[in-house]
Design a protein around this ligand. Structure first.
Ligand SMILES: Nc1nc2c(ncn2[C@@H]2O[C@H](COP(=O)(O)OP(=O)(O)OP(=O)(O)O)[C@@H](O)[C@H]2O)c(=O)[nH]1
Ligand SMILES: [Mg+2]
Length: 486
């Protein structure tokens, strides 16, 4: 017989454990948390790495793109396996990047020559092999086929062979026209020469750049993208994009980049939600894609926690139940951002408590109970709409915090997040105007009228995150998102 007044420890998923007395304190260091794992992303089966095949002739920019998109140092993306085997065997070697990107398996066709059909056959054989695999983890999730804009003949024998003969089945293909910046440069020089030959001495360089950019886009549409579509037709599971990464640019935020679009297009063409989330975790470039995935994964966890679409969810949740949900949401969101160093840090209860503290700007001690609820202005057990409001604040807070960790990580040369830097970022976030804007929005908008609707909660969560976003990051994102010009 359980003694009266004592509650059993709440289960990790159920917010509404029988007898879950809201006055009950729990020792947060005793709560076992799930280790971050991609299983939290709701994939149909175990699969913790996104498997991508990258095809393209020698020097088109395959390794450069991978370095930018997956956050792999260029010398590692370059790549070590080239000493192994012959050119046509390269594609079979799975490349992984421990420490830099834990969510990726890359197959690189290696550079082949335009007429080297042996290589194309080897790639096709490899695709056939992967198509036969039964497990998601062993299948190819996407193919990028890179073609350089630095060539008058973008479609050659290799492309004809691949796009006319290879059967990729359901695997999505992104055709990436690389080195688009070279078209812009060539157009610029043409315009400059023309202006100078007319004796024009007052050159408006920014205007010329704009004209050059427009001319390059028109040329790309006609001679590259256009030619591809005229040759192969429009296909359902094939999307086309362009990219230009100037080697002299320190980062890829130059006006002719397009890395963000590649990341977005790849996300779009994936069919399953689970794979989209895995993609968001694997790519290390776009904060936008991670943030959206963070919201999706956080919301999915939230609704699972309140009982699989069970609307209305039962009121009267305790601090202990809340803490369990926080843990679950944190582990899930951490999996989406997958920033090296974070997995280990959030395993410590003290760090988790700091994050909880950061989300609400309150003091969280090792034991959490009614006092904690009072500190977030909740007197007594949480009602249904209060539960929704508090959990939405947690999803928004953790997502925004991870965005700041993401940018900090990108700017660090030592390649990982330390305890000190994480604590500093949490404190900054806790005191930020963005955090209070986010919290105020949710306090003001979530009520019994909308707390039970998935759509309404999502809408307010998205607004709250938008209000909470640091202007500095938004500008970074805007720069990253620009395709082809200001
Ligand atoms: N201007 C410009 N140069 C690029 C771009 N992408 C790559 N490069 C340069 O092109 C060269 C080849 O790039 P890689 O990324 O090594 O090409 P790759 O396709 O991996 O080459 P292989 O592995 O030999 O087949 C490097 O000097 C890059 O700096 C681009 O978009 N624009
Ligand atoms: Mg390469």
């Amino acid at each position: 017989m359980p003694s009266i007044g004592r509650s059993p420890p709440p289960s990790p998923l159920n917010l509404n454990v029988a007898n879950d007395d809201y006055r009950l304190d729990v020792d947060t260091s005793k709560i076992v948390t799930e280790a971050p794992s991609t299983q939290l992303l709701n994939l149909p089966e175990a699969c913790d790495k996104f498997r991508i095949l990258i095809i393209g002739k020698a020097g088109v920019g395959k390794s450069t793109i991978c370095s930018k998109v997956f956050g792999i140092p260029p010398e590692k993306a370059g790549v070590s396996h080239y000493s192994v085997g012959t050119a046509k065997e390269k594609v079979w070697y799975p490349l992984t990047f421990e420490g830099a990107n834990e969510n990726l398996i890359m197959h690189d066709s290696g550079g082949f020559e335009a007429g080297d059909l042996n290589c194309v056959n080897a790639i096709t054989e490899f695709i056939e092999f992967r198509k036969k695999q039964h497990h998601l983890a062993d299948q190819l999730h996407c193919i990028w086929y890179c073609i350089s804009c630095n060539s008058n003949r973008p479609i050659q024998e290799a492309e004809l062979q691949f796009f006319q003969k290879a059967d990729v089945g359901n695997i999505p293909v992104v055709v990436v026209f690389t080195q688009f910046d070279k078209l812009v440069d060539a157009a610029f020089i043409k315009l400059l020469n023309r202006a100078m030959s007319k004796g024009n001495t007052q050159l408006d360089i920014p205007h010329l750049r704009e004209l050059a950019h427009n001319a390059a886009v028109a040329q790309y549409e006609k001679e590259y993208r256009g030619q591809f579509e005229r040759t192969f037709g429009r296909r359902n599971r094939v999307t086309i994009t362009r990219i230009g990464i100037r080697p002299e640019d320190e980062d890829d935020t130059g006006p002719t980049s397009g890395v963000d679009t590649l990341v977005q297009e790849t996300r779009e063409i994936l069919l399953e939600d689970g794979l989209k989330l895995l993609w968001a975790a694997a790519q290390a470039h776009s904060a936008d894609v991670k943030l959206q995935a963070s919201i999706d994964a956080g919301m999915a966890t939230f609704w699972r926690a309140v009982g699989l679409n069970a609307i209305p969810f039962l009121p009267f949740v305790s601090a202990a139940g809340l803490y369990n949900s926080f843990n679950k949401i944190l582990a899930t969101i951490n999996t989406v951002w997958r920033i090296p160093g974070c997995d280990r840090l959030i395993q410590k209860s003290k760090m988790r408590n700091k994050i909880l503290q950061g989300c609400f700007d309150v003091n969280v001690f090792d034991r959490i109970g009614a006092q904690f609820l009072i500190s977030i202005n909740i007197f007594g057990p949480l009602s249904g709409s209060q539960t929704a409001m508090v959990l939405l604040k947690l999803i928004a807070g953790i997502s925004l915090l991870y965005e700041s960790i993401f940018w900090e990580y990108k700017n660090r040369s030592d390649g990982r997040i330390t305890q000190e830097s994480m604590e500093k970022l949490i404190l900054q976030f806790q005191k930020s105007d963005g955090r209070s804007r986010m919290a105020n929005h949710l306090t003001g908008t979530i009520s019994t009228a909308n707390a039970y609707s998935k759509e309404a909660c999502l809408k307010e969560l998205q607004k709250a995150i938008e209000y909470g976003r640091n202007e500095k990051f938004k500008n970074l994102i805007r720069k990253h998102t620009v395709v082809g010009g200001e």
